[in-house]
Design a protein around this ligand. Structure first.
Ligand SMILES: Nc1ncnc2c1ncn2[C@@H]1O[C@H](COP(=O)(O)OP(=O)(O)OP(=O)(O)O)[C@@H](O)[C@H]1O
Length: 309
């Protein structure tokens, strides 16, 4: 049975001229977890989100929320919170004025305005005109607007855009918290590393098509070969030990060893038992991003080819 707040996309297609921006896309976004929506530029993420929100008409197929098209929802801000374009607020309005107008048109109590200003960290700037806001502050205001109706479904397009490092940590925690409360949370991004920090589930688009729809941990387990970086004062002993245990260490110019298909949990104790001093031991971070880039490589190449208008 479908959850009452799942986002369901079925055989969705959107054609602009000769571009199949979204090409027979089918997926379900389930409540209670953050779903990362990844894909290179032009993959069709924003178009898919616009179609779900009824901002554009599909060429064919359907997109529903809790089984209903967005356009048929009553008081939609109470059901679906969306961040699509951080520039959407009127520049001459204050942040508080912008949110108050949205609240009034959706029968949302005015006190909720102060709550979301607080939640998104812009309460101090609430009475400034939006045109004086930095990109990061606009982004926070967009998130405040999405949260205004306390909706069970959230769709956020690149919410980390323009946020400083502290803001990026804040948004990660917010997304996890919202999903933990049982909400349906779909978040688009270009960056796998960033997405892995908050998403439990992953949908990857490329060239308008679904390339992967999988729990994050399965994506990592099936596509990411664990790799370890290690440095020692006893290179030859470490190399011999690793070889003896079936690893194939490769030494780089900076003196570090890189070991494919190895985990720190295995290498650390192995070296310790052999009495080999370890000066540095780390899992290589880049491999998840690399797995994502490999998956989308062919789709990216296609978009780099000039297309007929
Ligand atoms: N209104 C439009 N008219 C014509 N083509 C469009 C329109 N909107 C999107 N496209 C095209 O559809 C394709 C998908 O674009 P979309 O913005 O959905 O991708 P995206 O994955 O969100 O990319 P980005 O990460 O760059 O935002 C692109 O080739 C884009 O040029």
């Amino acid at each position: 049975m479908t959850a009452a707040t799942a986002i369901e996309v079925r055989d969705l297609t959107k054609v602009y001229g000769k571009v199949r921006a979204v090409d027979s896309v089918t997926f379900t976004v389930e409540p209670g977890r953050v779903t990362g929506f990844l894909g290179p530029n032009g993959a069709g993420k924003s178009t898919t989100m616009r179609l779900v929100l009824g901002l554009d008409r599909p060429t064919s197929g359907t997109a529903t929320i809790g089984g209903r098209p967005y356009a048929t929802l009553t008081e939609p801000l109470r059901q679906v919170g969306a961040l699509l374009d951080a520039g959407a607020a009127h520049g001459s309005r204050t942040a508080r004025g912008h949110l108050a107008a949205l609240a009034a048109s959706n029968r949302i109590p005015d006190r909720r305005v102060a709550e979301v200003l607080e939640m998104t960290g812009i309460a101090k700037a609430a009475d400034r005109r939006v045109k004086t806001f930095s990109l990061g502050m606009r982004q926070r205001l967009g998130i405040a607007a999405a949260l205004l109706g306390d909706p069970p479904v959230l769709m956020l397009d690149e919410p980390s855009n323009g946020l400083d490092p502290e803001g990026i940590i804040w948004i990660r925690e917010l997304l996890r918290q919202l999903a933990g409360e049982g909400r349906t949370v779909l978040v688009s991004s270009h960056l796998m590393g960033e997405t892995a920090a908050f998403a439990e589930h992953l949908i990857v688009l490329g060239r308008g098509q679904v390339l992967a729809d999988t729990p994050m941990k399965d994506f990592i387990a099936s596509r990411v070969r664990p790799r370890v970086r290690v440095r020692t004062s006893e290179d030859e002993r470490l190399r011999a030990l690793l070889k003896e245990h079936g690893y194939d260490p490769v030494r780089s110019d900076d003196g570090r060893w890189h070991v494919d298909d190895a985990e720190v949990d295995a290498i650390g104790p192995l070296a310790a038992r052999a009495g080999i001093p370890i000066l540095e031991l780390a899992a290589e971070e880049a491999t998840l991003e690399q797995a994502y880039l490999d998956l989308t490589a062919s789709a990216t190449e296609f978009t780099a080819v000039p297309q007929e208008a």
